[in-house]
Design a protein around this ligand. Structure first.
Ligand SMILES: Cc1ncc(CO)c(N)n1
Length: 225
């Protein structure tokens, strides 16, 4: 359990979080998330987020499938493949959750993707290309999941005034087992980064920062900015 990097304290990813702390904080402590935490969230912003995130998650499926394919071909570790497979399987349940949640909030799941979402989806698509290395793809995958985990787990802390209507949403990404899954992804990314060339390292760092920027824009879009 206590192997190197287990808590994300010593690996490359932890170093990058420190190095890029301001943008990391903008992604994980965004005013939209703060408004949920404070209990002042505008429900129309929440509904906008819900409709847009469904579109994002539809695009996330082929991305995760591409990471799974790369892991099968390159990781050489069956346990890594199983973690990613578990993530892909969870998306099946997530799609059902979005449909249920959308009907609860009378939100249509056929809305037009907004610019920030389109850009983020285009970035995801670019990462599915075969020439993008497994290391870069798994690093981006971890970062995408980690931002939601960090954000929504904040809303579940004891000092949070999160409205009870949003507990299902916050628990979906803020629960302890999703946290464990994110740590597993982080460990896989760190292990892969340990043996990466300097070119791949720099591509992975760029992808990490790009995820954080896109997550920040996505939250701002949800606020209607
Ligand atoms: C925009 C966005 N980032 C990350 C996740 C986590 O899967 C999500 N559902 N949506």
């Amino acid at each position: 359990m206590a192997s190197k990097g287990d808590c994300g304290e010593r690996g490359t990813t932890a170093a990058w979080i420190k190095k890029h702390q301001p943008i990391y904080d903008r992604a994980t402590r965004h005013p939209f998330i703060r408004s949920i935490w404070e209990g002042t969230v505008d429900f129309s912003a929440f509904k906008r987020w819900l409709a847009q995130d469904y579109i994002f998650v539809r695009e996330f499926i082929p991305f995760v499938a591409s990471v799974l394919l790369k892991a099968c071909k390159h990781s050489g570790d069956e346990a890594d493949v199983e973690v990613i497979l578990g993530g892909l399987a969870a998306l099946n349940d997530e799609i059902s959750w979005f449909k249920k949640e959308a009907s609860k909030w009378c939100v249509s799941l056929n809305s037009t993707p907004q610019n920030a979402n389109l850009e983020y989806c285009r970035f995801l698509q670019s990462l599915t290309l075969p020439e993008v290395s497994y290391t870069v793809a798994i690093t981006a995958f971890w970062a995408i999941e980690a931002v939601y985990q960090e954000s929504f787990s904040l809303c579940l802390e004891s000092d949070s005034k999160m409205p009870k209507e949003l507990i299902g949403t916050c628990e979906r990404w803020g629960n302890a087992s999703f946290g464990q899954y994110c740590s597993s992804l982080q460990n896989i990314a760190d292990r892969s980064l340990e043996t990466a060339s300097s070119v791949v390292l720099s591509e992975a760092e760029k992808a990490f920062v790009h995820v954080l920027e896109n997550e920040n824009y996505f939250w701002s879009m949800s606020l209607g900015e």
